[in-house]
Write a protein that binds this ligand. Structure first.
Ligand SMILES: NC(=O)c1ccc[n+]([C@@H]2O[C@H](COP(=O)([O-])OP(=O)(O)OC[C@H]3O[C@@H](n4cnc5c(N)ncnc54)[C@H](OP(=O)(O)O)[C@@H]3O)[C@@H](O)[C@H]2O)c1
Length: 336
């Protein structure tokens, strides 16, 4: 079968097209013919050589959807012909994240989805929501679930609350949709006026160009009568954390998710103390959360925002496209 693999820290152009044998599923495993993969910023970081070098050659990408084409002994959750999406963590059904769960991340500690055939644990897959395409379903395991985990599972977001969303990448647009689904008011930032207009068309109530207004946290305070927001979906990391804290209300929540601005900085944590903020790290989510999210998305007819689809052979171009950060929503690699 065809697959892409990371073999060095040479970056996107060093991604290598390869062929690998199709494995047969062992006890409790399923063999999936992958049909669509969606890219996450984390996959880009892997391709750039940031992590899990001990697993090279590594098939990248955590998120994919496809057809079950064989099942191992003892499998009861799926049968041949079922349409499934993998779970980011192959061993996180419920409860808290743990070191064992972390070892089961697809496209990181384990071989990922950017291949024609993929072996998954039967516990590490969910049925695709009815009526969803493979491409749509491939957007769910990481970006959607992370936003859901923060705002719903942990955040219990509700009508009347205000949510601050940073940027218009995969996690952020799901956060916008999930917040609106719950009746919350959304303030969204972007570097692009065009993207801000598209976000308003999706329901964003207030928008701020963070390039134009480098003190965007002051704008957030003005838009909330000086009080600040109830939830910040913090995908920026070191470079935005203090501004996110400044944007939150007293007793508000900062959901720490991303590293878009890098990994290191000097952070003054005093506003966390003064404002009694809850700062909670979020790492994707469990299969139980995934099932709850899919039920809610189906009931509310929420569909993901897909920016562009690339052919399997064009996977490096898809990563370059993500790196350029011109996208709005999800980037897909099709594997028909
Ligand atoms: N903890 C977890 O479980 C988890 C799960 C998923 C993702 N993440 C992390 O969350 C982050 C987002 O991931 P993604 O896959 O959604 O990324 P993505 O789709 O590549 O999002 C990129 C977008 O982020 C926005 N952005 C970049 N720098 C920004 C800044 N300084 N302020 C505000 N927005 C900024 C830009 O939006 P505009 O073009 O609109 O400016 C950019 O287009 C990444 O750091 C990723 O590693 C973590």
């Amino acid at each position: 079968m065809n697959a892409w693999q990371i073999t060095s820290a040479g970056g996107i152009d060093a991604l290598s097209a390869t062929t690998r044998p199709v494995e047969q599923p062992a006890h409790g495993q399923i063999l999936v013919r992958a049909r669509a993969v969606s890219l996450n910023y984390r996959d880009l970081l892997h391709v750039l050589g940031y992590a899990d070098q001990d697993r090279w050659p590594l098939v990248p990408c955590s998120d994919g959807a496809g057809d079950v084409v064989a099942v191992g002994a003892g499998v009861t959750r799926f049968k041949v012909g079922d349409k499934v999406a993998g779970t980011f963590f192959q061993r996180w059904v419920s409860g808290n994240v743990s070191p064992a769960v972390m070892e089961s991340a697809l496209g990181g500690r384990q071989q990922g989805m950017l291949a024609e055939h993929v072996i998954l644990s039967e516990e590490g897959a969910v049925a695709i929501p009815a009526g969803w395409s493979y491409a749509q379903a491939s957007t769910l395991p990481c970006a959607a679930l992370t936003a859901w985990h923060a705002l719903v599972t942990k955040g219990r977001v509700r009508a009347g609350e205000t949510v601050l969303v940073l940027g218009t990448g995969g996690v952020s647009l799901f956060a916008l949709q999930i917040a609106k689904m719950h009746g919350a008011r959304v303030i969204l930032t972007s570097s692009s006026d065009d993207k801000l207009a598209r976000a308003r068309a999706m329901g964003a109530d207030e928008t701020i160009n963070y390039r134009q207004f480098s003190d965007w946290e002051q704008r957030v305070l003005e838009l909330t009568g000086g009080l600040g927001v109830d939830h910040v979906v913090e995908v920026g990391g070191a470079g935005t954390f203090e501004k996110s804290c400044a944007s939150a209300r007293f007793g508000g929540n900062v959901w720490l998710i991303g590293v878009l601005t890098g990994f290191e900085s000097t952070i003054n944590p005093i506003s966390v103390l003064f404002k009694s903020l809850s700062v909670q790290g979020i790492y994707v989510g469990s299969r139980d959360m995934f099932d709850a999210m899919n039920a809610a998305f189906s009931a509310n007819e929420l569909k993901p925002v897909i920016d562009r689809e690339f052919a399997f052979a064009e996977a490096p171009a898809a990563f370059h496209y993500m790196q350029a950060a011109g996208h709005f929503g999800k980037i897909i690699v099709e594997q028909m």
